[in-house]
Write a protein that binds this ligand. Structure first.
Ligand code: URA
Length: 209
């Protein structure tokens, strides 16, 4: 069974509170999503493998450690996941970025895939899937299934706010996937919005409403 981790760091909690407020405007919202993503990235990279090397400092030889595992890729689910890329890349500048486009059929609430462009060597990379809202879990599960179909073996799912329904579905369909979130909320409403949540993340990041 994969990890399922809710970040309880005070900075994360503070920034998520600001994100939730309906009086937070687009510019600040986008900056906060980025900052929370950087903090999530810090946590989600905690188990990356390292190896020992020797480095010559101006004073002596230091025995020290560097990252040693497989290369990484970030895969935002369009469109809200795009808001998380900058913040993740702040810590992972060498990660390649793939994109999966999905929209929600408003009647069935099921995702429809309309775009997929992944790095050519995606099967050799460990992948972090980015979506600020893990709501029903439908698009999360589809994105993970698509990555597995492309040969990806190790997948982490990174979200800002999750609903219990989404977490359960992702855990059930893809028990090998580690899930990281900044907050775990109460429930979904009848329109598939997370309660209390923060509204439509895409609209708030891009100012489309
Ligand atoms: N997507 C969003 O942007 N917000 C929600 O609350 C649920 C899904």
């Amino acid at each position: 069974m994969g990890k399922c981790l809710v970040m309880d760091h005070p900075l994360v909690q503070h920034k998520v509170s600001l994100l939730r407020s309906k009086s937070t405007g687009t510019k600040e919202f986008k900056e906060l999503v980025s900052e929370v993503s950087t903090l999530l990235c810090y946590e989600a990279t905690r188990d990356l493998p390292t190896e020992e090397i020797e480095v010559e400092t101006p004073v002596a030889i230091a025995t020290t450690r560097v990252l040693s595992g497989r290369k990484l890729a970030l895969v935002p689910i369009l469109r809200a996941g795009l808001g998380m890329v900058d913040g993740m890349q702040a810590l992972l500048p060498a990660a390649k970025v793939g994109h999966i486009g999905m929209y929600r059929n408003e009647e069935t609430l099921e995702p429809v895939e309309y775009y997929c462009k992944l790095p050519a060597d995606i099967a050799e990379r460990d992948v972090m899937v980015l979506d600020p809202m893990l709501a029903t879990g439908a698009s999360a599960c589809d994105a993970v299934a698509l990555l597995k179909k492309n040969g990806v073996k190790n997948i982490k799912f990174i979200s800002v706010i999750a609903a219990p329904e989404g977490v359960e579905r992702l855990k059930k369909e893809h028990p090998d996937v580690d899930i990281y979130m900044a907050a775990l909320d109460e429930k979904l409403d009848e329109n598939g919005y997370i309660v209390p949540g923060l509204g439509d993340a895409g609209d708030r990041i891009f100012g489309t409403k």
